[in-house]
Design a binder for this molecule. Structure first.
Ligand SMILES: CC(C)(COP(=O)(O)OP(=O)(O)OC[C@H]1O[C@@H](n2cnc3c(N)ncnc32)[C@H](O)[C@@H]1OP(=O)(O)O)[C@@H](O)C(=O)NCCC(=O)NCCS
Length: 392
């Protein structure tokens, strides 16, 4: 008798497919942990560069180690002139996530170590990707607006440098720190769709640029990193706080989703939303326009209550909910929200690629190759006979 295999049309929910030392998401408790540290503690006290160090080297750095990494990153931020020239040929209305994905692949063509397969070389390429994708995104904003790209300032950290390269103005310390915290919060999130995509590509032993480019493609979807854009579009469509409650009812009555609510793993508030909420309020005050925060607050409260009343279960805000109004108040164009997610998450993807390809602990990862059940057609019990074109 043929062996009966389980068929999982469940998007791999609840299926553990690999071991990892990088991060843990405890959905029931609302905890996100990078290398043993709570994300709240990192957001409060660590810079993005410190988190990059923690992810890559499995421990917090000393002052000297952090200084060295910062220097390394900033030295790697400039992108080759050929990459800028290639970007200048892209249409100005290209989707920024497509630009990021394409440019990650173009950067590979300029990496002198692209044919090297050692762990050290892959790590160096990963660091270059983390540094350069920030510059790529800021440069794209300048190029599509008809402005010259701004070269990174070696005296600024990565967060401040991004804002500087995008606008040409150095941000205040408070705004730079807010952006730095956003990068910390988005840097890693275990085996979500984009990390899975990056690891799956890495499992074929493709190079790290191919894996990161796949991760960016996966992140672009509205059910994943694209949600922050959809949240802002929703806030703009609502327009005024007094219209927020009506919007909630209309969307739920029509069986549609309120963007920024719900999560595949968290069964309580996303811990990152708690940090972003007050930052969104403060940034609204700094920008002189608080209504996007106010609409978000009403949507959160009324959305949760209305969802519970209709479905009998709870729903919670996710990381994309308050990051939308926060970035908007920072003056960041809406369609750059998901690429910003990418310039942070690349730190997590790089770490996962290294783990996928060079893990020293058993069980060693292997080529991902799931199975599927064919439910398509045959011609009776047998395969179909091919019919030549003229006889069809
Ligand atoms: C993130 C998300 C895909 C998680 O999905 P999930 O846990 O698998 O939940 P499902 O999509 O299966 O939804 C379960 C039920 O809750 C409803 N639901 C889930 N998220 C909802 C939302 N944001 N607004 C309204 N209803 C929602 C679904 O319609 C579904 O209802 P049904 O059982 O009557 O069909 C989902 O919550 C979502 O699409 N959210 C909006 C997009 C978003 O913010 N994405 C960013 C994630 S970080």
């Amino acid at each position: 008798m043929e062996e009966c295999k389980p068929i999982l049309n469940t998007g791999l929910r609840g299926v553990t497919i690999a071991s990892t030392k990088v991060s843990d998401v405890r959905g029931e408790e609302g905890k996100l942990i990078y290398r043993g540290y709570l994300v709240q503690d990192l957001a409060e006290s660590a810079s993005f560069e410190e988190v990059v160090y923690l992810l890559l080297y499995e421990r917090l750095p000393s002052t000297a180690e952090l200084g060295q990494l910062k220097q390394q990153l900033v030295a790697n931020m400039p992108v080759p002139e050929g990459v800028i020239q290639a970007m200048q040929t892209f249409p100005a209305n290209a989707l920024p996530m497509d630009v990021m994905q394409a440019t990650a692949a173009i950067l590979a063509q300029y990496d002198p170590e692209i044919r090297e397969q050692s762990r050290d070389a892959t790590e160096r390429m990963g660091l270059r990707l983390i540094a350069k994708l920030t510059t790529v995104l800021a440069a794209w904003e300048r190029i599509r607006s008809g402005k010259a790209p701004v070269t990174p300032d070696p005296d600024l950290g990565m967060a401040a440098n991004f804002l500087y390269m995008m606008t040409g103005d150095r941000p205040s310390e408070e705004v730079a720190r807010f952006f730095d915290i956003c990068l910390v919060l988005h840097a890693e999130h275990s085996f979500n769709a984009s990390t899975f995509a990056a690891r799956e590509v890495a499992s074929t032993r493709a190079h790290i640029y191919a894996a990161i480019s796949a991760g960016i493609g996966s992140l672009s979807g509205e059910l994943h990193g694209g949600a922050n854009v959809r949240v802002m579009e929703m806030l703009l469509a609502i327009g005024e706080p007094e219209k927020a409650e009506g919007y909630v009812n209309q969307v739920l009555d029509e069986g549609r989703k309120i963007m920024g609510l719900g999560h595949a793993v968290y069964k309580t508030d996303d811990p990152r939303a708690h940090i972003l909420r007050p930052m969104s309020r403060r940034m609204g005050e700094l920008s002189g326009e608080t209504k996007w925060y106010e609409i978000s607050r009403i949507l959160e409260e009324r959305g949760k209550a209305a969802f519970k009343a209709r479905k009998g279960t709870d729903i919670y805000v996710n990381v994309d909910f308050y990051s939308a109004s926060l970035y908007y108040a920072m003056g960041i164009p809406t369609d750059l929200f998901s690429p910003i997610f990418a310039i942070s998450r690349v730190a997590g993807w790089v770490t996962h690629v290294l783990e996928e390809q060079y893990a020293d602990a058993a069980p060693k990862p292997m080529l991902y190759r799931p199975e599927s059940e064919y439910v398509g057609d045959y011609c009776g019990p047998d395969e179909c006979s091919f019919v030549p074109m003229d006889d069809r």
